[in-house]
Design a protein around this ligand. Structure first.
Ligand SMILES: O=C(CO)[C@@H](O)[C@H](O)[C@H](O)COP(=O)(O)O
Ligand SMILES: [Fe+2]
Length: 189
């Protein structure tokens, strides 16, 4: 039997950086078609800001192993909609996940394949359990980076296709200075 080596790393709780992790950067240009207000999207695209960064320590896609990653989701809006992550189902759709809030303010939109949506607010210390089969997207509703840790099966994978095409049935927007979760007028069942 060949054993893997255990690993301990310290997440920088101010920046979300995991030493030795693989870094992924998503700019606004990588999120074409994701936001409802296309005019506001094109306008902000001139600056093409970084929307989020992911620092991941990932293993081979094997049953039983675990990956973990921090996400640093920057504050901002496209029209009324707060900045968010793309959102995905897992390729192995029955794989669950745990999120843990580290810094800033936001939440998670979750959705079943039938379009039933849930919104869970997150702050430092919040644990969110993502059950099997639920798509998940995080949203920054604050004015500083929203940082969280995700722990997920190494063979979960990401299935972005359906969310890219159909979106979530709910939007998280700012209206009169308040955070509101409203129906998505462009949602297609
Ligand atoms: O859910 C997971 C892994 O299963 C997170 O690590 C996200 O991958 C990350 O927050 C970026 O979001 P996406 O762009 O992948 O939706
Ligand atoms: Fe996930």
């Amino acid at each position: 039997m060949e054993y893997k080596n255990p690993l301990g790393v310290d997440i920088d709780l101010e920046t979300g950086v995991i030493p030795g992790a693989k870094k992924l950067v998503r700019r606004l240009g990588d999120l074409k078609g994701y936001f409802v207000d296309e005019k506001a999207y094109e306008e902000l695209l001139k600056e093409n800001p970084v929307v989020y960064e992911v620092y991941a320590i990932e293993q081979e896609e094997k049953d039983g192993d675990l990956n973990f990653a921090t996400t640093v989701l920057y504050p901002g809006k496209v029209g009324k909609e707060f900045f968010f992550t793309k959102g995905h189902y897992h390729s192995k759709a029955d794989r669950a996940e745990i999120y843990y809030g580290i810094k800033g303010k936001g939440g998670m939109l979750l959705q079943t394949p039938e379009g039933k949506a849930e919104w869970i607010e997150m702050r430092p210390g919040t644990v969110v359990y993502v059950p099997p089969y639920w798509a998940h997207r995080t949203v920054n509703t604050g004015d500083e980076p929203f940082i969280f840790l995700a722990i997920y099966p190494a063979d979960a994978g990401h299935d972005y296709g359906s969310i890219k095409e159909k979106g979530f049935s709910k939007l998280v927007i700012e209206e009169n200075g308040e955070v509101r979760v409203v129906d998505n007028p462009k949602w297609k069942e």
